[in-house]
Design a protein around this ligand. Structure first.
Ligand SMILES: [Zn+2]
Length: 251
């Protein structure tokens, strides 16, 4: 018989973190409560949206560029509510995001510029959700692109040498936090920031048709995750430690 592992609120906090997502609104449906909590405690966060969500509508006659502009504005409002230091939109095609070398170079440039200790991204291992449903191809591509950019490319001075030549030195990201994972092993108490997450979600007005129903759903998911650690609300994450805190390593 082994003792059950006592789960507790996750205490480690990065000084700097970067959230890499496929679409505007992914960050806010994802670990926005964790991001807000870390920012409140003194962390600096940066958001990278690979696409601007130009296919996120139901009208085939809609102008994708107009929709992209609306969604970028919505994401900027939401990001201000959470408190990120800034956002980069990479303007990749919605629905056709590919984990290719050009995307990896974009992400390495972002990582080497902001120099985060931790990168948060969608879990690329999630193809089908446990409770039903299929994980969007862009979420899988963005998650895998984030992993491949973090390791080894961002830390390898010989990867994308033009970046190093333009002054962006190699950078070691020490941890990844993967969300929408069915292998969560870490729970962050977001009781103090859940309201802000819901406010941030409301900013995505083009995507959200019944904000009150959504708020109820978000609260109930957070309560389910919170039960794991005896908290009223939590976000569940899968943590990949690349460098232990004891490993200094070259910066
Ligand atoms: Zn999405």
């Amino acid at each position: 018989m082994t003792e059950p592992t006592a789960l507790a609120d996750h205490a480690w906090r990065p000084d700097r973190f970067m959230l890499i997502v496929a679409h505007p609104d992914d960050a806010d449906f994802g670990p926005a409560g964790t991001a807000a909590r870390w920012i409140d405690a003194g962390s600096e966060g940066w958001l990278v949206c690979c696409t601007s969500g130009d296919q996120g509508g139901e009208d085939p006659d809609a102008d994708p560029l107009e929709l992209a502009a609306v969604r970028e504005a919505e994401q900027r409002t939401a990001a201000a509510i959470i408190g990120y230091a800034g956002i980069t939109f990479l303007h990749q095609p919605d629905g056709a995001l590919a984990n290719d070398l050009p995307l990896r170079e974009h992400l390495v440039r972002e990582i080497r510029t902001f120099r985060p200790d931790a990168v948060l991204a969608t879990d690329p291992d999630t193809l089908f959700y446990k409770g039903g449903g299929i994980n969007h191809t862009d979420h899988r591509a963005a998650g895998l692109a984030a992993v491949d950019a973090v390791y080894p490319a961002a830390r390898n001075p010989m990867a994308f040498p033009s970046l190093a030549r333009s002054g962006l030195a190699a950078h070691r990201v020490r941890r990844m936090y993967l969300f929408w994972s069915d292998r969560a092993d870490t729970w962050v108490d977001v009781g103090a920031t859940l309201d802000r997450k819901i406010d941030a979600l409301r900013a995505h007005a083009s995507q959200i048709h019944d904000p009150d129903a959504l708020a109820t759903r978000i609260r109930s998911w957070a309560a389910e995750e919170g039960a794991a650690i005896g908290a009223e609300a939590a976000e569940a994450l899968r943590v990949i430690v690349i460098d232990d805190d004891q490993d200094e390593g070259p910066e």
